[in-house]
Design a binder for this molecule. Structure first.
Ligand code: 1QQ
Length: 401
C-alpha cells in the first residue's frame, strides 16, 4: 500500500489524515499513519494577530468556510483540499515569513494572502520568484496585480471601489462643497485610496480644504481632527485600516463634527463597531460584496456563515472564500485535462497560475474573471451606510439603493 501510494502520486503532496503537515511522497513513508490520504495543500497567509487581524481574521473565516464547502462537494474531483494557515501578522516581515514557510516547508500549490497591500508589495515578489501563484483576497491598492506574473487578486481595486461612496454621499447631501481628507501615511493601501478619493473629489468639482495624515498605529487623533473641524468641512473622507479608522471616527464625533463621513475599504468590517460604538452611525462605505447577492453559491455561503457567526458575512469573509474558490475551480479544470496527481509540483503551480487567469468564476462576489495581469473583473459594487443599534453595541451595514 505504501509503495502504491508512493509510486502513484509522484510529485504531488501527501498529507496524513491526522498530521498537520503535508510531505512529499519521497519524504516519509505514508504508513506512519493508518489512514494516510492525499490532500491538496493550499497556503493561507493572512493576519491572524496584530491590529490587522480585525480584517484578516474575517478573511480566515471565509477561507475556512470555503474549505468545508468544497470538500463537502468532493474537493478537486475526489481529492480534498487542505488549507495550511501561516499567520502573516500585520507587517511585511510577518507576511514574508508566512510566504516562505508555505512555499518551501509546506509545499503549497498556491497562496491566498496576504491581508494588506502594504504586505503584498513585500511578500508577493517572493512567491512570484518561486513561481507560486498568489491570490490576494483583500489587496486593493493600485499596482498589486502588476507585482508579478504569479500575482492575481479577487479584491476590486480602490480605483473602482472608492468613487462609489463619494457619489452616494452627494446623492444624500447634494450641497457638499468642502471636503477634509484623512489618510494613514505609513500604509500603501491608504496612500493609494486617498489618491483616488482626492481625484474623485476634484472631478466632482468639490474643494479639498485640508489633508490630514496619521499612522495606522495611532490611537490619538485630536490634533488632526481639531485642525480639520476648525475649517468647517461638509464631508470627511478617511483612508486607514480598521483600528485607526474606528478611533478616528469616534474622536471626530466627540469633538463635535456632525457632517457626513466616508470611510474607505478599511471600514468594511463590523469589528470597527466596538471602537466608535454609537458614533459609527451614518458612515458611508463602498463595498465589493453584498450578502444579498442572489446566486446559489452566495446563498450557501451566507447560510453557512450565519449558522456559524449569527450575522451576515462581511466583505472580507466573502473575499476570503472567493480566493480559495478560484484556486479550487482552477485546479478542477486542470485535473480534467491531466490528473493533477501526476503533475510535479513546479508544473502544477505554473498550470494553476495559467488556469486562474483563464477561468470564469461564479462566486459569492458574483461572476468574476481576470485580466491577463491578474486584475479581477467584477460586475457589481455597492455602498453601505453603518446603522448602529440604539444601545451602540451592535450595528449593521445597510445597503443603499
Ligand atoms: C489593502 C486593503 C485593506 C483595507 C484590507 C486589509 O484594502 O490593504 O489593500
Amino acid at each position: 500500500m505504501k509503495n502504491l501510494i508512493a509510486s502513484t502520486f509522484t510529485g504531488i503532496l501527501l498529507l496524513a489524515a491526522c498530521a498537520d503537515r503535508p510531505f512529499s511522497s519521497g519524504d516519509q513513508p505514508a504508513s506512519q499513519t493508518s489512514r494516510a490520504t492525499t490532500m491538496i495543500p493550499i497556503g493561507v497567509a493572512l493576519a491572524q494577530t496584530s491590529n490587522l487581524a480585525l480584517l484578516g481574521q474575517e478573511s480566515v473565516n471565509g477561507a475556512k468556510l470555503a474549505e468545508q464547502y468544497f470538500n463537502a462537494q468532493g474537493g478537486i474531483r475526489g481529492i480534498p483540499i487542505k488549507l495550511i494557515f501561516q499567520d502573516a501578522g500585520g507587517d511585511e516581515a510577518g507576511a514574508i515569513n508566512a510566504f516562505q514557510t508555505l512555499i518551501t516547508r509546506d509545499k503549497v500549490v498556491g497562496i491566498v494572502g496576504p491581508s494588506s497591500s502594504q504586505q503584498a508589495f513585500s511578500a508577493d515578489p517572493i512567491a512570484d520568484r518561486a513561481q507560486v501563484p498568489v491570490v490576494g483576497p483583500t489587496n486593493t491598492a493600485k499596482g498589486v496585480p502588476e507585482i508579478g506574473e504569479f500575482v492575481a487578486r479577487v479584491a476590486s481595486p480602490v480605483t473602482l471601489l472608492a468613487p462609489n461612496s463619494l457619489k452616494a454621499a452627494l446623492k444624500l447631501k447634494p450641497d457638499i462643497r468642502r471636503v477634509a481628507v484623512f489618510y494613514a501615511q505609513n500604509d500603501a493601501f491608504s496612500q493609494s485610496e486617498t489618491t483616488i478619493f482626492q481625484q474623485a473629489i476634484q472631478d466632482q468639482g468639490l474643494e479639498i480644504i485640508t489633508i490630514q495624515k496619521f499612522q495606522t498605529t495611532d490611537a490619538d487623533f485630536q490634533t488632526q481632527a481639531t485642525a480639520a473641524i476648525n475649517l468647517k468641512p461638509d464631508l470627511m473622507v478617511i483612508s486607514g485600516l480598521a483600528a485607526d479608522s474606528g478611533n478616528l471616527v469616534r474622536q471626530i464625533r466627540e469633538l463635535g463634527y456632525q457632517g457626513l463621513i466616508i470611510g474607505g475599504n478599511g471600514f468594511n468590517t463590523p469589528n470597527i463597531f466596538p471602537l466608535c460604538k454609537q458614533l459609527c452611525d451614518g458612515v458611508l462605505v463602498a463595498q465589493a460584496y453584498s450578502p444579498e447577492h442572489d446566486n446559489a453559491i452566495n446563498r450557501s455561503f451566507r447560510e453557512a456563515y450565519i449558522k456559524q457567526y449569527q450575522k451576515d458575512p462581511p466583505q472580507f469573509s466573502a473575499q476570503g472564500f472567493t480566493a480559495v474558490q478560484v484556486i479550487v475551480d482552477a485546479l478542477t479544470v486542470i485535473d480534467q485535462q491531466k490528473p493533477i496527481r501526476q503533475l510535479p509540483l513546479p508544473e502544477l503551480r505554473t498550470a494553476l497560475n495559467q488556469q486562474i487567469l483563464a477561468g470564469n468564476y461564479e462566486t459569492p462576489l458574483g461572476k468574476i474573471s481576470f485580466t491577463p495581469v491578474g486584475e479581477v473583473v467584477q460586475e457589481k459594487f455597492y455602498v453601505a451606510q453603518i446603522q448602529m443599534n440604539p444601545d451602540g453595541k451592535n450595528g449593521k451595514f445597510v445597503f443603499l439603493k
